[in-house]
Design a protein around this ligand. Structure first.
Ligand code: THG
Length: 367
């Protein structure tokens, strides 16, 4: 059809050559980097995540590091979730909001030391925002993007692969917790995390010169478990109800609308960006919410590049923001951002690229 023009603005991952050697067939862009999205066999890639183990180049999940005497204070200013009790070695899923309470990122926060944090960000610039806030508030911190490159190992057999590589102590790591360690001298941060609900780890590579080496080691350790290359998977993540920031959110989405209300804290006070706005929204109640949608008929929708209008009794009530064929549900399913009055069980019509399709709203996750 057409090609993506490469250039120095579009950064490559330390695993780039390895993914090309392993047959990558498609890339997307994310945080101004190339992100592998497919290796030519979508069903094999899906079932490896569900039943086996898959390895993903997710170097696009960039780290924004905040360190220095005021680092903890700035980290709390930047997220409306109370992180006072976050321990060194612990990660937390934290919304980032603007002053109006609109979601502008949904990173995982890693507390590396009392005065050192990483925000592992979604596809939206954050470094300049964090640095500007630090300067405006007169805080004594350093804000920068270290060249750290996560490699995800996901699926029910991921734990065995990681234990084989790093040792059995890794089986005790709790969800979102991590440890700084090394693999044959390659410095990494090892975390139990990842954008699937099938279990797994993320190996944050700290020396970008050693991407090929790390990729080869994971591949070798995974061989007995049938590991293969993959990527953040639309089928699995929609079945599991995981949010894709920027795909399922728009320029007005607040955390309550996309099931992130539980990751916000009331009454954090005026220093925290967006906290007062979220307190007000919580009192009034959000105007939209996110539900699942199951489409009738066995035909997958042919396009996923636009939000699809959703109508109930001929009135527009919202949009399907992402949709996909679900191999386990044997139906086309999607995430819908709809008016708060719409509820699970409601019959709706979705305006797909090939015509209008009947559908029913449901609770999330699907599986
Ligand atoms: N890994 C790393 N960084 C990332 C992502 C990642 N940064 C961007 C993006 N992905 C962040 N988004 C998410 C969204 C959801 C989850 C993780 C990252 C997630 N959610 C669970 C859920 O919603 O059920 C659990 C949340 C919880 O229990 O706190 O795991 O993938 N490094």
């Amino acid at each position: 059809m057409f090609q993506l023009s490469l250039g120095t603005r579009l950064r490559r991952s330390p695993y780039f050559e390895a993914t090309v050697a392993d047959g990558v067939t498609a890339f997307s862009t994310y945080n101004r980097m190339l992100m592998p999205t497919a290796y030519g066999d979508p069903m094999a890639e899906y079932w490896r995540i569900i039943e086996g183990v898959s390895m993903w180049d997710v170097a696009v999940e960039r780290q924004v590091e905040i360190s220095g005497p005021d680092a903890a204070r700035l980290a709390q200013i930047l997220t409306p979730r109370n992180i006072a009790r976050c321990k060194v070695g612990q990660g937390k899923y934290v919304p980032i909001c603007n002053h109006a309470g609109v979601l502008i990122n949904d990173p995982i926060l890693l507390k590396l030391a009392e005065d050192r944090f990483w925000f592992s960000i979604a596809d939206r610039d954050f470094e300049d925002f964090a640095a500007a806030v630090a300067a405006e508030r007169g805080l004594n911190v350093t804000v920068f993007e270290p060249d750290v490159a996560p490699l995800a190992v996901q699926g029910p057999k991921a734990e065995d692969v990681i234990a084989n590589l790093f040792g059995d102590w890794t089986r005790e790591i709790r969800h979102f917790w991590f440890r700084e360690t090394s693999l044959d001298g390659i410095p990494v941060v090892l975390a139990r995390s990842g954008w699937s609900k099938q279990g797994g780890f993320e190996i944050y590579l700290i020396d970008p010169a050693r991407g090929g080496e790390l990729w080869a080691k994971v591949k070798e350790a995974g061989r007995p478990h049938g590991i293969g290359p993959g990527a953040p998977n639309q089928m699995e993540r929609i079945e599991s109800g995981l949010l894709s920031f920027g795909a399922d959110t728009d320029r007005a989405t607040n955390p309550f609308e996309v099931r992130m209300g539980a990751y916000t804290t009331r009454g954090l006070g005026p220093e925290v960006i967006g906290a007062a706005a979220l307190d007000r929204i919580a009192t009034k109640g959000p105007t939209r919410h996110q539900l699942g949608v199951v489409l009738e008929g066995a035909t997958p929708l042919s396009s996923n590049i636009d939000w699809l209008p959703v109508r109930r009794e001929n009135r527009m009530i919202g949009s399907v923001t992402s949709s996909v064929w679900s191999p386990r549900m044997k139906a086309t399913i999607g995430l819908a951002l709809v008016a708060s009055a719409a509820a699970a069980g409601d019959e709706v019509m979705v305006e797909g690229p090939d015509g209008v399709v009947a559908a029913r709203l449901c609770e999330l996750p699907f599986l």
